[in-house]
Design a protein. Sequence first.
Length: 206
Amino acid sequence: MTSPLLPPVRTLPPPATTQRIGLFGGSFNPPHSGHLHVAETALKRLGLDWIYWLPARGNPLKTPPADFYDRLHDVRELIGHNPSMFVSDFEHWAGVTYTVDVIGHFTRHCPNAHFVWLMGADSLSNFHDWRNWRQVADTLPIGVVSRPHASTDALHSPFANIYAGDRLRERDAALLAESPAPAWVYLKAPYDLTSSTQLRTSGQKR
């Protein structure tokens, strides 16, 4: 039986929604306070209604993660009973791996929603290694939250250079969700130094 203290697993948003929804994908291996910091910063600064956390089935750019549903459960525990955040088992349920395919499903399912893809600055640094990354950038606006030791690489990455003219000023961040792609914003925020690599090495969860 699902604990009432944990948020529900919601695979997809309601099809007719017109709300501003952040999609936050990642291995979350394990999820930690740094991930929550990115989500909470984006929720507030971008004026989002909901955030859907999307644990990845796998990541071709990283070592194989822990069991999918173990990670999904850990995300639920991390975010607690926040009514603006949901955990989605979409990647496992739909059998997809790549972000470009995930956002294709979400945008077709909810054609009137205002989606934003969310990531930490550490992910932006290697965004150009993702499959069809330019299609992702041209489909959804992207919200990037600063992470320790990642700002320089992120802001000089191929994505940042190619899409420099599509970057919103930080003070205009609340406009991102309803801006046509390509559009992105970089949000400076107090750093949370926690990392998944550090936690795996030390054997801790968060």
